[in-house]
Design a protein around this ligand. Structure first.
Ligand code: ARG
Length: 455
């Protein structure tokens, strides 16, 4: 059975049929297609197109098909070009001629747009839950690693000491923005295309507002051309996935570096690392590397969909069939990789002493300048003075902490013997107590806020 055979006298070429078919991937819309069709049948009854008895037949038939999908007993036919065709073909087998009334005033254009939106709306809470679990892992890491200090880097050069908990929570907030964006995405997706027909709207008195609430949408599209052509929600989801991918990739990149022999700040658990087939000693961060690579794939999916969309002149074009593959792939990838990241983070081991050893006393240069500022010296003058100290220490090939106080006093008379206390990384982080800073107190406040956000 074809949905469009009437005006054709020849069958579609076999290769063309294969290219035209989307059944291979849009089978995943089966549940949504039935959900949409049930609501549509009710809307048709509301508009007087089918009577109560016919409605009951349609609903029963659709319910039966739903059961077949749930039990994986649904049998596809060679002629099913997509999931919509398959469901309608089966409905005709079950319910007889009344099935032919279901497509009144509906096109696969508004149908597929609706099914796809339902699928995305179904995926959003699952994605949110996975990101939230990762956030919990970061909160737990931050709590467990509360006393640990590590070098903070800018330009990948040692900058200032930070608490490891602060570093974990940085990633927590990135993910929080991802979850906030997911809320916007759900809002945008929950606008109903159904009832817009192929492109021009429905000529039957369908109550599209009732239809929208029946299907859990916020409202119907006010423009039928927009309704069947809009894939902004799919692009937005792919952007969302790409940005989340970028966040995970940045974390991965840092952890790859930190797990190297040279840093040795962390050790990945055996459960989340792999070996080499040739070098017996190797322990490789493959999962982090794959997460890093995945962000590239996700960006590619977004770029691919945007490239598909940009040339479409009016309403529905078959190009739009390509939208689903990209979204399915992005969601599948994240569904698999987010729990891996959670497990990897929860099970890695922190090497506190290596982090500690890596804290060079020169990292406290800013603290020395701040020390002078607390003695009333303008910051620019203090910065200059410490800079001269750094230059001198470099000439002497010693650390700032190894230079005698007298030498410092020569550079600036405001330096006194208590300046040596500034070389403590603990003191350095403690100083940074303003909201958002890395002092233990500020980080504890931040942790409380993070917990509050998670609810
Ligand atoms: N399989 C199609 C898709 O995924 C369904 C819509 C087909 N519409 C059409 N006018 N041929 O986009």
């Amino acid at each position: 059975m074809k949905l469009w055979g009437g005006r054709f006298s020849e069958n579609l070429n076999t290769l063309a049929a294969r290219m035209n078919s989307s059944l291979g991937f849009d089978q995943r819309l089966a549940k949504m297609d039935i959900q949409g069709s049930k609501a549509w049948a009710k809307a048709l009854a509301g508009a007087g197109i089918v009577n109560e008895e016919e409605l009951a037949h349609l609903l029963q038939g659709l319910e039966k098909i739903n059961g077949e999908f749930e039990e994986s007993k649904f049998v596809y036919h060679e002629s099913d070009e997509d999931i919509h065709t398959a469901v309608e073909r089966r409905l005709k087998e079950i319910a007889g001629p009344v099935a032919g009334k279901l497509h009144t005033g509906r096109s696969r254009n508004d149908q597929v747009a609706t099914d796809f939106r339902l699928w995305v709306l179904d995926a959003i809470p699952r994605l949110d839950e996975l990101v939230k679990t990762l956030q919990w892992t970061l909160v737990e890491r931050a709590e467990g690693d509360i006393g640990t200090i590590l070098p903070g880097y800018t330009h990948m050069q040692q900058a200032q000491p930070v608490l490891l908990s602060h570093w974990w929570l940085w990633h927590f907030w990135m993910l929080q923005r991802d979850r906030d964006r997911l809320l916007d995405l759900a809002e945008e997706t929950a606008v109903l295309p159904l009832g817009c027909g192929a492109l021009a709207g429905s000529s039957f008195p369908i109550d599209r507002f009732a239809l929208a609430s029946e299907l859990g949408f916020r409202r119907p599209f006010p423009n039928s051309l927009d309704a069947v052509s809009d894939r902004d929600f799919a692009a937005a989801l792919l952007f969302w996935a790409s940005l989340l991918g970028v966040h995970l990739s940045r974390l991965s990149e840092a952890l790859i570096l930190y797990s190297s022999r040279e840093f040795a700040f962390i050790r990945l658990s055996d459960a989340f690392s792999t070996g080499s087939s040739l070098m017996p000693q190797k322990k490789n961060p493959d999962l982090l590397e794959l997460t890093r690579a995945q962000s590239g794939k996700l960006i590619g999916l977004l770029a691919g969909l945007l490239a598909v969309l940009k040339g479409l002149p009016s309403a529905y074009d078959k190009d739009l069939q390509e939208d689903k593959l990209a979204v399915f792939e992005a969601v599948d990838r994240l569904t698999d990789s987010l729990p891996v990241m959670s497990g990897l983070l929860a099970s890695l081991e922190v090497n506190q002493s290596r982090m500690r050893e890596a804290l060079d006393a020169n990292m406290m240069a800013t603290d020395l300048a701040d020390y002078l500022v607390r003695k009333g010296i303008p910051f620019r003058e203090a910065h200059e003075a410490v800079g001269r100290g750094v230059q001198k220490a470099e000439e002497l090939r010693i650390l700032l902490s190894e230079m005698p106080v007298e030498d410092w006093r020569e550079i600036h008379p405001a330096f006194e013997s208590d300046m040596v206390e500034e070389f403590s990384p603990e003191k350095s982080v403690e100083h940074r107590s303003a909201f958002g800073g890395t002092s233990p107190q500020a980080v504890l406040e931040q942790l409380a806020l993070a917990r509050q956000v998670l609810g």
